[in-house]
Design a protein around this ligand. Structure first.
Ligand SMILES: Nc1ncnc2c1ncn2[C@@H]1O[C@H](COP(=O)(O)OP(=O)(O)OP(=O)(O)O)[C@@H](O)[C@H]1O
Ligand SMILES: [Mg+2]
Length: 154
């Protein structure tokens, strides 16, 4: 009997420790994976994807962290839409994401603004344990208009 195991090449899924090191690794994995998909480290697409992952991963390991639990990075290439879908899942379900108002002296509250500005769509999906914060990045076209609030899903 011939068993064929197909490995999806348009997807990367990786569990990482919920630490600053894990967050840095998420960014590096993103650059490496994008390069294998044809977007070199120094391309605009790779830079933007790395920034998005860096902000989402930083949030997962600070605000979304439950001690002893990993977070997960998932990247999916959606060729039919020429889009990269980024999903960062953490284990905390009891905290809401919110845009911080912050005055000019406030050094916090940039992360979700960056995600809003750089992605075409983003949102939060509840999971049985925790949540997934996702963002979609068009790889060829420029950013399209999008709602400031996350799109509800799941
Ligand atoms: N994964 C998450 N889990 C729980 N709460 C989150 C998560 N991501 C963001 N938040 C909440 O949304 C707020 C805004 O996030 P944002 O990334 O914009 O700012 P920040 O992380 O506080 O600061 P900065 O990103 O500038 O270092 C956070 O302060 C936090 O309260
Ligand atoms: Mg942040």
């Amino acid at each position: 009997m011939n068993l064929e195991i197909s490995t999806p090449t348009n997807e990367l899924s990786q569990r990482l420790s919920a630490t600053p090191r894990g967050a840095r690794l998420a960014r590096r994995l993103t650059a490496t994976q994008l390069a294998t998909w044809g977007y070199p480290h120094d391309s605009d697409a790779s830079h933007t994807a790395q920034l998005l992952v860096a902000e989402l991963a930083a949030n997962a390991v600070t605000h979304g962290r439950v001690p002893g639990r990993d977070f997960e990075l998932k990247l999916t290439l959606l060729p039919e839409k020429d889009t990269l879908r980024i999903e960062v899942s953490d284990t905390r379900g009891d905290r809401e994401l919110r845009f911080l108002d912050g005055g000019s002296e406030d050094e916090h509250g940039r992360g979700l603004v960056v995600v809003f500005v750089l992605s075409a769509r983003w949102g939060v999906a509840r999971r049985t344990v925790g949540k997934t914060v996702w963002a979609e990045l068009p790889l060829t076209s420029r950013r399209r208009p999008c709602p400031r609030r996350p799109v509800p899903e799941g």
